[in-house]
Design a binder for this molecule. Sequence first.
Ligand SMILES: Nc1ncnc2c1ncn2[C@@H]1O[C@H](COP(=O)(O)OP(=O)(O)OP(=O)(O)O)[C@@H](O)[C@H]1O
Ligand SMILES: [Mg+2]
Length: 592
Amino acid sequence: MQADKTAKNKFDFKLFGKIFSYTRPYRGIFFISVVSALLISGFAVLTPSLVGRLIDEAITNQNAALLFSLIITMSLVLFGEVFFQLLFTYTANLLGESVIQDVRVKLVSKMIRFRMAYFDKSSIGVLVTRAVSDMQKIGEIFSQGFFMIVADVLKMLVVATVMLVLNYRLALLVFAILPMILYATRWFQKSMKVAFVEVRSQIAALNSFAQERLAGIKIVQLFHRESVEAEAFREINKKHQDAWLKTVWYNSIFFAVAELLSSITVGLIVWYGGVQNVGGVTAEGYGDIFTFILLSSLLFRPLRHIADKFNVLQMGMVAAGRVFAILETQDHIEDKGAHEAEDIQGVIDFEEVQFSYDTKKQVLKGVSFHVEKGSCIAIVGSTGAGKSTIINLLNRFYDINEGSIKIDGVDVRDYALKGLRTQIAVVLQDVFLFADTIANNISLGNEKVTREQIVAAAKEIGVHEFIEQLPGGYDYTVTERGSTLSSGQRQLIAFLRAYVSNPSILVLDEATSSVDTYAEQMIQRATERITEGRTSIIIAHRLATVQKADRIIVLDQGRVIEEGTHDELLKQKGAYNELYKAQFLEEVDQAV
Ligand SMILES: Nc1ncnc2c1ncn2[C@@H]1O[C@H](COP(=O)(O)OP(=O)(O)OP(=O)(O)O)[C@@H](O)[C@H]1O
Ligand SMILES: [Mg+2]
């Protein structure tokens, strides 16, 4: 849709200027490209005139010496043309690739700083497309679009001028065909633009279908969806094929018509030249005929391709429009705090915190609690109560609407963001692992964390044996998203990741998925070890963890409904007591 809209608009010079500003660091390459393009046009025009002279002067007058020197000159011209063609192709592509590399790096480093709310409303697939395939289209502006068009237009202007100077009658004859070719070219360009937009959206459909089905392969196979999905894929392919065939059809028509018009032109030149000669024109006329046949093909050939090149340029501009829209988005979490968070003690205060992700639904409705330095609080409550949200607010993934969140009496917004996040380690509910070794997944590329430290930390929290059991131990390479590890194993690695970063505040959002008793014990031990002497907030589902916490907060629909120690809460006989009874009975059931 977007492409369609932009395609109808006039050429966006402002946007073009922005793209062009990225060529600034590559002035040298840019210059070589432009000069080569100009020289190619110059050389191309030389050959036809030389052929004319060859026929009129060397052959007609049987001048062997001139013939020889003309042939040498023509070889040199050809050599020059080939050389500059090579130089041009290389530098234009180099320029395009250099520009998109810069834009791409800038785009991705911009993207990864956006606030969470940005990602809540954006599709990851679309952002990836912007960073990869849209970039390629921008590169093509340089390698296939813009310079080529400039070079071709120049070439045509030079050719037309040379024609007029050589023989204006023959020139006018050729020009008479031009409007028809121009009209056909314009038709072709318009039709192709529409067809290309369709092809591109069908490619996107193919991509996203295949990618989604492969990512969800377990569901596909579990629910016997293989043949249904294959059939659906066949239909998308059919649409893609139809869209593609349309472009092939336009191509076939256009090139046939262009070929026909060129041949008609040649016919006209020969006919008119012949008539002139019959009418007693000098032998020099023959040379002109040959020159004009060659020149007219030089005039028409670029015209045929210019339509394609305009499309490439147009597509590049559409892609650039989308990419620059992201580059110009300002959607970062404000980072204006001056407080360095280095020696945080870890006293946390939530005061009447109100928050909603979007304006529609209030998620936290005035949450207050206090965490002493070095103590451990557990947050319990039903699904969707707002537990994970509290963590998202503490490390400023989102900023709150009302109230305040303070660490050591200082508002979280007054800390420098980097320092704040370094001091708070979070084990998220769904553990994410990168496709890298276990060791790198733990250190996250922090060079200050040595292998010895990692191993020592693993031994301390009791997961060293587990990691050693993996093939390759700490060098075991995790595949995409850690799918080859169990969820308990992933969680242990995430624990270690949080532990080696040696934070002042530790936050654990326990995964609800159940793990076996052995892993549970391991996680339990690890939790105890890493929360020791640290302020910690644990969102807990396991009773053992909850019981050991210094305080327990019961959250319900964005409100704190109970707060106290395990024993206090049991005595209150409220929501916590109910929860405890339910879980306790369940465990007794399991034990029996
Ligand atoms: N990124 C988001 N955008 C909009 N709404 C959200 C977002 N994340 C969570 N919510 C909503 O906020 C509410 C609280 O979610 P939260 O993740 O804090 O629950 P939770 O207590 O951690 O639940 P669980 O025990 O299932 O993990 C839910 O109603 C949820 O739909
Ligand atoms: Mg949660």
